[in-house]
Design a protein around this ligand. Sequence first.
Ligand code: A2P
Length: 307
Amino acid sequence: MSEIKIPEVELNIYTPKDPVEVKVVENYIVTKESSPNYVRHITFDVSGTELENKVRVGQSVGILPPGKNEKGRAHKLRLYSVSSPTKGENGNPHLVSTTVKRTIEELENKIYLGVASNYLADLKPGDTVKMTGPSGKRFLLPENAKDFNYLFFATGTGIAPFRGMIMELFGDGDYKNDCSLVFGCPYRTDLLYADFFEKIDSEHSNFHYLPSISRESRRPDGSKYYVQTKLEDESDLLLPILKKKNTLIYICGLKGMEYGIYMELLKMGLNEYLEIRKELPEDLNEIPLDKFKRYIKPSDRIFEEVY
Ligand code: A2P
């Protein structure tokens, strides 16, 4: 396998005590038509700041919402994954984007709006925000990114880094390895950036867009279409790629995906993606969901950002 060269990154150039003010340049909805969920693509102009050219895809930026919480303290910093490529949104190194879902919850007949996500979703071009970062150094593409095949798994706004990574891999027309994106969401109306991924899929035979819609139908055995079930359902496509020595797996989104993906990898005999820490039971289904980390850990071929 090619050596995985992890790039050096700058961290925390701006901190919560010393944030930088940046301007919003665009803010538009990326969920499909008629979705009851509002997920937005928001781009910031960081020109003239130390963030220009310094934010890599796979990193996050922090946002400090204005105002105070019910205890009278300043709202805490929220981290958002960058969804623009390292070269910047549309190749502009001063433009950094992120992907934000409005969080709306009802508790005891009252509606609660997530502070930071609704603050960001309401912003208009020209508005300014206080930003920190960049942060994160464990979810980057290797320096020699084009030497590898990729299997990306995302749920919900976990798609953000993969948008930028896929732009980076396919932007110059010289990526010859193979990349698949498995994206999980409840309904077709929750697909994010679908037009972009469908376009890359139609233009590049080495890109495969594999949406996995969980609540519209069931698999023949009655189970839900989850991202990990694609490993079995698309094994003709994915198994030969996963068997190659230069394939990496990236996972971003719900924590619950980890167990499901690890278990499928074990069932497919792809143990090289995992570090086995304890003897596995003959029946893999006996590996307990709440203690699976005692048995299996990701190897250096799996990158994760789960929450
Ligand atoms: P479901 O909620 O139908 O069980 P979003 O962030 O937009 O809500 O999407 C999250 C997606 O991940 C949904 O399709 C959700 O399915 C699915 N999901 C929930 N739990 C798991 C899990 N343990 N493994 C994989 N996917 C999951």
